[in-house]
Structure formats: C-alpha cells, structure tokens
Design a binder for this molecule. Sequence first.
Ligand SMILES: NC(=O)c1ccc[n+]([C@@H]2O[C@H](COP(=O)([O-])OP(=O)(O)OC[C@H]3O[C@@H](n4cnc5c(N)ncnc54)[C@H](OP(=O)(O)O)[C@@H]3O)[C@@H](O)[C@H]2O)c1
Length: 307
Amino acid sequence: MILVTGVSGGLGSLVLDGLTALSDIDVAGGTRSGDGSTARRIDFDDPSTLAEGFKDTDVLVFISAGYAEDDVVLARHGNVAEAAAEAGIRHVIYTSLATSADRTTIALPHRWTEARLADAPFDVTILRNGLYPEVPAGLAAAGAGPAAETGVFSAPLGTGRVSVVAKQDLADAAVRVAAESARDLAAGSRSRHAGRTYELEGVTAVGGAEIAATLAEVVGRSVAYEDAPLGGTRAFLTAATPMEPYQIAHAISLFANAKAGLLEAATTDLTELLPAAPRPVREATADAARSGYQSQSVSAGPATSGS
Ligand SMILES: NC(=O)c1ccc[n+]([C@@H]2O[C@H](COP(=O)([O-])OP(=O)(O)OC[C@H]3O[C@@H](n4cnc5c(N)ncnc54)[C@H](OP(=O)(O)O)[C@@H]3O)[C@@H](O)[C@H]2O)c1
C-alpha cells in the first residue's frame, strides 16, 4: 500500500487524487488530525500517530511539512524517518527542494532530511521540487493595485528570474514514481527509482519585467518594473504583514537569491518523469494579477466614489 502524507495540502491532495485514479494501486492518505475513516491521523510532531498511521505501508510519499522554525521541522522530519524504519516501510519518496534554491535558508531542513533518510534502512527517492508559481503570483497580486495607480511595479528581484513549476506537474511526477515503486515491490524487486534524486526544476523563469508586462495587460496601462531594496522589503514585511519572523527571513533569503541570479535553473529532470511537456505557469501570475486588481478595485470602490 502507498501512504501519502499531508493530503489536506495542495501538493498532497493532488498526489492522492492521481494515485486514487489508478485502478491497480492501493492508496491511503494522512492528515494531521485524521478523520477516522478516509484519512489516517499522521502528525509528524506526535510520533504515536506515526506508529499507528504507518501500518501496512510499503511506499510512503512523505510530503515535507516546512511551515515552522527549522528546529521544529528537523525534529518532525526526523520522527518520520525513525517511524518509517520501525514500521518496516520499504520505500520512502520525499518531496524536497530543487538545487537552484540550495543557498536559500529554506534549503537547510530539506538537505538535512535527505541526509537523514539516506542513513535509514529503507530505499529512498528524492524529488527535488522546483519553486511553485506562488512567489511571482504573490508579487503580481500585491503589485496590481500600485501598478494600476502609478504605472510602476516594484519587487525585490533585481534582474533575476525565478524558475517555477506547476504543482500539478510535481504531483504527476510523484504519482508516477510512487505507482511504479509499488508495482516493482509487488513484483518482488526493488523500485526502479530507488536511490534516485530527481531535479524537478521549472522550465519557465519569471522575473520582474515579465510580471510588469503581465500587470500592464491586466490593468490596461504601461507598467515599468523597478527593483526594491531588501532592507525596505524586510521592514515592510515586518510592519505590514502577519508573517512570522522566520517566514520573513525565508522570504528575504529567497529574494536575495533571486537578485543574485541563482534561482533560474539551467536543467531539469521534470521532462523525464512527465508524459507531456510541463504545464504553462505564466497564467498563474496573470490570474493572481487579475484577482489582486479586482480586490483592490472593490476595496477602493466606495472610498473613491465617496471622495
Ligand atoms: N516548492 C515550493 O515552492 C514550496 C513552497 C512552499 C512550501 N513548500 C513545501 O512543500 C510542502 C507541500 O506544499 P503544499 O503546497 O502542499 O503545502 P500546503 O498546502 O501548505 O500543505 C502542507 C501540508 O503539510 C501538512 N503538515 C503541516 N505540518 C504537519 C505535521 N506536523 N505533520 C504532518 N503534516 C503536516 C499540512 O497538514 P495540515 O493541513 O493538517 O496543517 C498540509 O497538509 C510544504 O509543506 C512545504 O514544506 C514548497
């Protein structure tokens, strides 16, 4: 049986859907709270749920759970490695982070987890996932209002571009690796993916100039891109968003890497695992720009008409 963790999340739910659609695959999902029937209770912070929840599992799709301070993430991922070994799981597929992001602060728990899994008694496949389109999409959503008003889009990307990959493509790759691993184990052999690390970098890179061009189409005026300094960005995130300090540190690290030109990937293994060309990702930026523009127009509406 294949067990997918984090199926209440964006990536885990897509992986579960993909595996459920395969008639020869036996699959279960886990969430932090469980629901007593369709989802097992799998809370990485509570090892007792792992001993119970990992029962009868041959292949574990271990979706990283990164939204916490690093020491918390290391402890919870360590719990998964230990419990998977104790439960006799034969193959673990871990959703890690692409090599282009190696110098960002978010890479640390991923590389630690990869090393921890390499020491375990089961076979391992590492899926080094590229960045989601959410980073440029978030910048586009936030920039739509100011772009409409001033004709300027400001973001801390310098001239750097960020390679991004559709979450559905990452899910499709995980589904293929998990299903083929389960079939290989059922046939009495090791998974053909055992010991492999796949670099699932996006094939499309998005930078400030591209986002400004998208915003221009959405707001119906020319929009110029301007680089924003990291210091001002940190001060803004601290004062004007509900982000935790560790999240701000990660965001600044990502932007610093983008400015340094490090987040644009040269190669990818994505096409090796997908049946077709990677999905387009620019539409996600355009959608975010449209919704950012609409929500800004709605919130600005009454104030504007009353002035
Ligand atoms: N490549 C990228 O650009 C990128 C960007 C952001 C994040 N990530 C990483 O990729 C992972 C999956 O992405 P996503 O889009 O699916 O994120 P998501 O929608 O936020 O889902 C995260 C999942 O992790 C689960 N989780 C959190 N803490 C857990 C714990 N202690 N034990 C077990 N499960 C726990 C959550 O369960 P609950 O719903 O119960 O909290 C949720 O199902 C993230 O968790 C993060 O580590 C990658």
